[in-house]
Design a protein around this ligand. Structure first.
Ligand code: FE
Length: 199
């Protein structure tokens, strides 16, 4: 017949999907996890938890002076007040970027990251290259992310740990005075809250 099914990948599972399925089957069979619990967890990180949460925090800090002060003084509580709590968010410190200081976050040991406000970390955040170079030469790492800072701006690199996670509050872009909090949130990118991007 000569019909080659290899060409038809449309409905097939990817290698990763097959591995995940196999792993899930084993874990459920052995009674380590419940399918429903796993689904709830995945749904949480797909739809509820992500950088849009952090963006709301930043936009509120940009527009509400009292909230901003609270956020910088007690990040965990100010963030929790918007309903963002949970794993890897037990102790979040907010770092405010200014013309004088630019904050950038890394986890040199593994991939600690403020899940409740940013979701799961991007692949590059977990890479050995980022983890070592962010500390050794942050300015050139930033350049690779397309961020060129004035020589007069000090770059401060913060190492996340299992105890402390950081959320960078980027500088509010010029010319955004007339925007609503919601519109402002739309400008806040994930990378700008890690310190590897600008809004
Ligand atoms: Fe880590």
């Amino acid at each position: 017949m000569g019909h080659d099914h290899e060409h038809d990948h449309g409905s097939e599972l990817s290698e990763t999907q097959r591995r995940v399925r196999a792993l899930e089957t084993i874990l459920v069979d052995k009674g380590y996890v419940e399918s429903a619990a796993l689904d709830a967890l995945i749904e949480t990180y797909e739809t509820k938890v992500g950088p849009h949460n952090g963006a709301r925090v930043v936009a509120k800090a940009w527009t509400d002076r009292e909230y901003r002060e609270w956020l910088l003084a007690d990040g965990t509580a100010a963030i929790a007040s918007l309903g963002y709590t949970g794993r890897q968010g037990e102790h979040i410190v907010a770092l405010e970027n200014t013309p004088a200081v630019h904050h950038m976050v890394v986890c040199t040991l593994c991939s600690c990251y403020p899940w409740p406000v940013l979701g799961l970390p991007p692949v590059w955040y977990k890479s050995a290259a980022y983890r070592s170079r962010a500390v050794a030469d942050p300015r050139s790492v930033l350049r690779e992310f397309g961020v060129e800072l004035p020589a007069t701006t000090e770059i401060r690199v913060h190492d996340s740990t299992s105890e402390i996670r950081y959320l960078v509050v980027p500088m509010r872009p010029a010319g955004t005075e007339g925007l609503t909090e919601e519109e402002l949130a739309g400008l806040v990118t994930r990378n700008s809250m890690i310190g590897t991007g600008l809004p």
